[in-house]
Design a protein around this ligand. Structure first.
Ligand SMILES: Cc1ncc(C[n+]2csc(CCOP(=O)(O)OP(=O)(O)O)c2C)c(N)n1
Ligand SMILES: [Mg+2]
Length: 324
């Protein structure tokens, strides 16, 4: 992989990590409008997948959506302001953490309804197919292990398969849905095995290793662009914090389990690899970290200083205006 690409992958993962840490600090200070779900620990997934996408490709996201937004190129200042409920936010402060969307970047939205990203991405893939050869865009649905019990996943996978739609189903299996362990709620060990029922390829990747995710995504996205249909990718991963900011994971996870995953932290794995094979230096890594750390301070300052939406804005952008 060329140096520029390596730097981009690291920058994006580190940006997500620092955004989530900063966002949580701010939530605990009472700055966030509503609950927040941190995705730290899971950074390699969105980054390894979105590294293959352009602004013309569409993604659907979840309640744990900040990482998907950042990997798809959304602006961290506007994201932070959105979480603070400010008028300068990505959705003018009316969406909050769980409803950040940016159609100009192909980001269909974070989504509070478990499983709801899935038909949106399938719909985007259908429009790509409908547009014919001038459009080779793909749809990517991010969803959690908890969403695999939703009927809509199975309806969507079946439809995508029979219509050979350019869509990639990405299950971020972080081993818990709220406090429910995946073994309790899902009847198989590898969720990717579900793909066989819809005659599409299914593959499990190491969701803590961005290189593994990148490789698996490359193949699936190329297949989709070539008109060969959908793929199900399962990423085995782990969220470092609770389900949402006020949830204490110690109530249902052991310290040993947390340590086991943190030992395989995606930033650590990345740094060890690129330093040992001399494809990046410690200085270049530090340079990126310094840049992002500064970006986070600026994002908080921007959000802090921005005004709340004006009361006159209460009903704007809420209802669609019908044209005669
Ligand atoms: C349709 C629906 N059912 C239940 C909920 C409540 N809920 C929010 S997140 C969540 C767990 C989701 O787990 P998972 O899909 O594994 O995603 P993770 O939180 O692990 O990223 C549940 C049950 C919801 N938001 N929507
Ligand atoms: Mg989960």
């Amino acid at each position: 992989m060329e140096k520029k690409k390596l730097e981009e992958l690291f920058e994006s993962m580190y940006r997500i990590r620092r955004f989530e840490e900063t966002m949580l600090e701010q939530t605990f200070k009472g700055k966030s409008m509503g609950v927040t779900h941190s995705s730290d620990g899971q950074e390699a997934g969105p980054v390894g997948i979105c590294a293959h996408l352009t602004d013309k490709d569409w993604i659907g996201s979840t309640h744990r959506g900040h990482g998907h937004c950042i990997a798809k190129g959304l602006d961290t200042k506007k994201m932070m302001a959105e979480i603070f409920g400010k008028s300068t936010g990505q959705c003018k402060g009316k969406g909050g953490s769980m409803h950040i969307a940016d159609f100009s970047k192909g980001m269909l939205g974070a989504n509070a309804i478990v499983g709801a990203s899935i038909p949106l991405a399938v719909g985007a893939a259908l429009s790509s197919k409908y547009n014919g050869t001038e459009d080779d865009s793909v749809g990517v649905a991010f969803f959690g292990d908890g969403a695999t019990g939703q009927g809509v996943l199975h309806e969507s996978m079946n439809l995508a398969s029979i219509w050979k739609l350019p869509v990639i189903f990405v299950c971020e299996n972080n081993h818990y849905a709220e406090a429910t362990p995946v073994e309790y709620a899902v009847s198989i060990e590898d969720i990717s095995d579900r793909a066989a029922a819809y005659s599409m390829p299914g593959i499990t990747a190491d969701g803590m290793d961005v290189f593994d995710v990148y490789e698996v995504a490359d193949e699936a996205i190329n297949r989709a662009r070539k008109g060969e249909g959908p793929t199900l990718i399962e990423l085995k991963t782990f969220r470092y914090h609770g389900h949402f900011h006020a949830d204490d994971p110690k109530k249902y996870r052991t310290p040993e389990e947390d340590e086991k995953w943190k030992d395989r932290d995606c930033l650590k794995i990345f740094e060890e690899k690129v330093i040992s094979n001399k494809s990046m230096t410690l200085e270049s890594i530090k340079k990126i970290k310094d840049l992002i750390d500064k970006e986070m301070l600026e994002a908080v300052e921007f959000a802090e200083k921005s005004p709340m939406p004006d009361i006159s804005e209460l009903y704007s952008d809420v209802y669609v205006k019908y044209k005669d």
